[in-house]
Design a protein around this ligand. Structure first.
Ligand SMILES: *[C@@H]1O[C@H](CO)[C@@H](O)[C@H](O)[C@H]1NC(C)=O
Ligand SMILES: *[C@@H]1O[C@H](CO)[C@@H](O)[C@H](O)[C@H]1NC(C)=O
Ligand SMILES: [Fe+2]
Length: 237
């Protein structure tokens, strides 16, 4: 009976990890500058979207413009589709309200973004630069870790992580520059061997990889839904 209990505990743990929807399935909303007159709006859904759409406008109560695309793309082991819509014809250095559709969590209040300043604008600005930014929380950096991880590389209880800090400071900078690495989803096997993540078969490893990646982009939405995030690397490490 003892081994049966241990086995079902392991299976439950793995099932929770493998839940591709992550803790809240925020939709991974993210922005990228497209010159100073455009913004690329991207977000993820669990199903293919024939015509992803972004409603936008200058006021929260008047999203009177619609941009759309036919770009809803995935790859064989992914649990989501990446939707990309370019919002164009914008004024530089201007705040807009926008709402992607459909969102996996349903209706939501409009989000905001601010376009880039015109090239040559000499005013100073601040940018948040992050490198080697991994996943936080249940599948990543937290207050415990697997075997062999040095204690100084583990969060102290209540300690603020880098994504928390980005969220707390976001009113003081314009955009994020993140040249990589991203998420560290490809550490899934190492973390299983270290017994931080429940053991899966190698064949199921891609589900753990996807869960880590989805958590990362969901966690980042606290800043990426309003601050353009300029990245220059592959979406893993
Ligand atoms: C949307 O409303 C703004 C005023 O808030 C107006 O200037 C603009 O022309 C409108 N756009 C469309 C497509 O009707
Ligand atoms: C994980 O499972 C494999 C076989 O399925 C086993 O060989 C290995 O020892 C297990 N690792 C741990 C840390 O339990
Ligand atoms: Fe790295």
């Amino acid at each position: 009976m003892k081994s049966t209990a241990a086995f079902s505990a392991l299976v439950c743990g793995a099932a929770a990890i493998l839940n591709p929807r992550g803790p809240d399935a925020a939709g991974q909303i993210r922005l990228a500058y497209h010159g100073h007159e455009g913004m690329m709006v991207s977000w993820n859904t669990f199903e293919h979207v024939a015509a992803p759409e972004v409603k936008w406008g200058l006021s929260k109560d008047n999203l009177n413009n619609t941009a759309s695309s036919d770009t809803s793309v995935t790859y064989p082991t992914s649990s989501t589709y990446n939707n990309h819509v370019l919002v164009s014809g914008l004024k530089p250095d201007t705040t807009y309200y926008y709402l992607p559709s459909p969102l996996p969590q349903g209706n939501h209040e409009p989000y905001t973004f601010t376009t880039a300043r015109e090239a040559g604008n000499a005013q100073s600005y601040s940018v948040a630069v992050v490198i080697d930014l991994g996943t936080m929380g249940r599948l990543g950096l937290t207050d415990h870790a697997g075997k062999g991880v040095r204690p100084e590389n583990i969060l102290k209880p209540g300690e603020r992580n880098t994504i928390d800090s980005l969220g707390n400071t976001k009113d003081s900078w314009d955009f994020i520059l993140h040249p990589g690495d991203i998420a560290y989803a490809d550490y899934w096997l190492k973390e299983e061997i270290q017994e931080f993540l429940p053991n899966t078969t190698i064949a199921d490893g891609y589900k753990v990889y996807e869960a880590i990646l989805n958590d990362f982009f969901d966690e980042m939405t606290v800043v990426t839904e309003s601050k353009p995030t300029m990245r220059a690397t592959s979406p893993t490490t």
